[in-house]
Design a binder for this molecule. Structure first.
Ligand code: NDP
Length: 459
């Protein structure tokens, strides 16, 4: 074992959060090393957001080809080549991995490849190298977690689903969260038969009730067989594919079973607890408002904290932490109104409070909601509706939350997020002139609140 190399900062994990923290800290003049046991890039670039979005784009074409006929186009027998998609996606991921590596090099960050373990609160071992750190940032992310049931090793997770050698004809997706819903759209779009099996009564728990109802209806209208009240009991291989038996005895045959039942923080075998870093029961690193762990010079950012598992949150935390520790400007990240999206087909986007959360707060609210067929589909006749909704504080008129299910929802909601952060009121929305004809203009033309007694969105 060599004598330790000394750094102002050692970052564990070269995903989006870790790379941002390392680069910014180095830019402030700190000596920085970053450790990575896989490839530089992390979940978002290599196994999540980016490759997923390529597959979402691919899936969307099927609907576009079908709709094109209503606009006078003849699209002859469109066929999809799954292998070509995966190759194109992989080539782009290689390019992005190269960019990330170069960004680190250019910033003067030392990249150390291999599994990092804390030997003590200031010493990190990576293979034969010892890194002595004044400060440490844990940014090791998470990994798909698969429930323990017989045959679960026959299932795949989102990691494998992004790189299957062949497009499966029949896919069973287990789970009703972000990943389950996104992959249901992907496989359905490229022509697989898709069953999505969720254990409770309505998918996307935690989202606004109208969003949950609307996306369930849209998924079904697009051909996804959404089944609820079903949890897997076992999977076995048969001559006709993988047979999954559910708790109620029902069975499903598929070529692939995708388990999307959540992700767990990557905190095993890092020596964190031995170094005094307190972990929560789910394995996540417990941090305070300043992202410090129970060991004052060790910090954690991103999915490993299980606070809000979104890439832009991790990068914002990494940036703020580097500025605070090495840039002389202490700042934290406000997670109160973070816009987010589910890239389902159609997509969902949301920012701020759900109606349920607003009602639970006890404050008087008004709810504005619309559901309509987008102009595009007045010619195609496609039975697809856009749902848009504002949750408004009745007393001061502030927009507490905005929700949308429909094409371009994520692109629209990013800007609604700015308005909500700026404290926009319903009157500000009303006074804003719409862009016509767009779907987004509906957010500034919602005039009449939904009557109190009216039930949840019914389609
Ligand atoms: P989620 O936590 O979003 O959803 C997990 C789903 O699996 C829930 O429907 C849950 O049901 C169900 N589930 C959990 N345990 C079991 C079990 N033992 N048996 C059957 N069902 C089970 O996890 P995901 O894996 O979808 O995504 C992980 C995280 O990654 C997300 O929360 C999100 O933060 C992030 N992500 C963000 C994306 C984006 O921003 N577009 C895209 C993909 C991921 P129940 O509701 O009953 O708990």
């Amino acid at each position: 074992m060599r004598t330790p190399e000394s750094y102002d900062l050692v970052v564990l994990g070269a995903g989006s959060g870790g790379v941002r923290a390392a680069r910014i800290a180095a830019g402030h003049g700190a000596t920085v090393a970053i450790c990575e046991s896989d490839r530089v890039g992390g979940t978002c670039v290599l196994r999540g957001c980016i490759p997923k979005k390529f597959l979402v784009y691919a899936a969307h074409y099927r609907e576009s080809f079908a709709d094109a006929a209503a606009y006078g186009w003849t699209v002859d027998a469109a066929r999809h080549n799954w292998g070509a998609l995966i190759r194109a996606k992989d080539a782009e991921l290689d390019r992005l991995n190269g960019i990330y590596c170069r960004l680190l090099d250019d910033a003067g960050v030392v990249t150390v490849m291999g599994h990092a373990v804390l030997l003590d609160p200031h010493t990190v071992q990576v293979g034969g190298r010892l890194l002595r750190a004044d400060r440490i940032i844990v940014a090791v992310g998470g990994w798909p977690s698969v429930p323990p049931f017989p045959g679960n090793d026959l299932a795949i997770t989102s990691n494998e689903a992004l790189s299957l050698a062949e497009r499966p004809d029949r896919v069973l997706i287990i789970g009703g969260g972000y990943i389950a819903v996104e992959f249901a759209g992907i496989f359905n779009g490229v022509g697989s038969e898709v069953v999505l099996a969720y254990r409770r009564e309505q998918i996307l728990r935690g989202f606004d009730g109208d969003v949950r109802a609307a996306i369930t209806e849209e998924l079904r209208a697009h051909g996804v067989d959404v089944q609820v009240g079903l949890a897997p009991e076992r999977i076995r291989r048969t001559g006709d594919g993988l047979q999954t038996t559910m708790g109620d005895g029902s069975t499903f045959l598929g070529d692939q079973v995708l388990v999307a039942t959540g992700r767990a923080p990557n905190t095993a075998d890092l020596g964190l607890e031995e170094a005094g870093v307190e972990l929560a029961q789910d394995g996540s690193v417990i941090v305070d408002d300043q992202l410090a762990t129970s060991v004052p010079h060790i910090y954690a950012i991103g999915d490993v904290t299980n606070l809000l598992n979104l890439t832009p949150v991790a990068t914002a935390q990494g940036h703020a932490l580097a500025d605070t520790l090495f840039g002389g400007s202490a700042r934290s990240v406000d997670l109160s109104a973070v816009p987010s999206a589910v890239f389902s087909q159609p997509p969902i986007a949301t920012v701020g409070w759900t109606e349920e959360k607003a009602r639970a707060s006890g404050r008087p609210i008004d709810v504005y909601r619309t559901s309509f067929r987008a102009l595009l589909h007045t010619l195609t006749g496609r039975d697809s509706k856009v749902m848009m909704k504002l949750v408004v504080d009745r007393e001061d008129g502030r927009i507490l939350g905005a929700h949308m299910v429909g094409d371009d929802a994520p692109e629209i909601m990013q800007m609604v997020g700015v308005a909500i952060r700026a404290g926009a009121t319903k009157a500000d929305f009303d006074a804003t002139i719409g862009i016509h004809p767009t779907t987004a203009e509906e957010f500034v033309t919602l005039r009449t609140p939904v009557a109190e007694k009216e039930g949840a969105f019914a389609g």
